[in-house]
Design a protein. Structure first.
Length: 75
């Protein structure tokens, strides 16, 4: 399933394996928190975010540069 997430005034596509609304809410909470308290590599990935793929309790953040893509835990 594909849905859109509004984050930092950008529409970011989010791909889900199942329709879990709780995962979407948790994703935006985690992204906001990591943007302020995360390490520089994570901040760089979030600032150049182009899409997110959620599988189970993990979110793979795909950035503009492939080498900056990361996987984070939502729970």
């Amino acid at each position: 399933m594909k849905t859109m997430l509004l984050f930092q005034n950008k529409s970011i596509p989010v791909y889900l394996t199942d329709t879990n609304r709780q995962a979407l809410d948790k994703l935006s909470t985690v992204l906001n928190r990591k943007l302020t308290t995360g390490k520089n590599a994570l901040k760089k990935c979030i600032s150049s975010l182009i899409s997110v793929e959620i599988v189970g309790s993990e979110a793979t953040l795909h950035s503009y540069y492939e080498r900056d893509s990361l996987t984070i835990s939502l729970y």
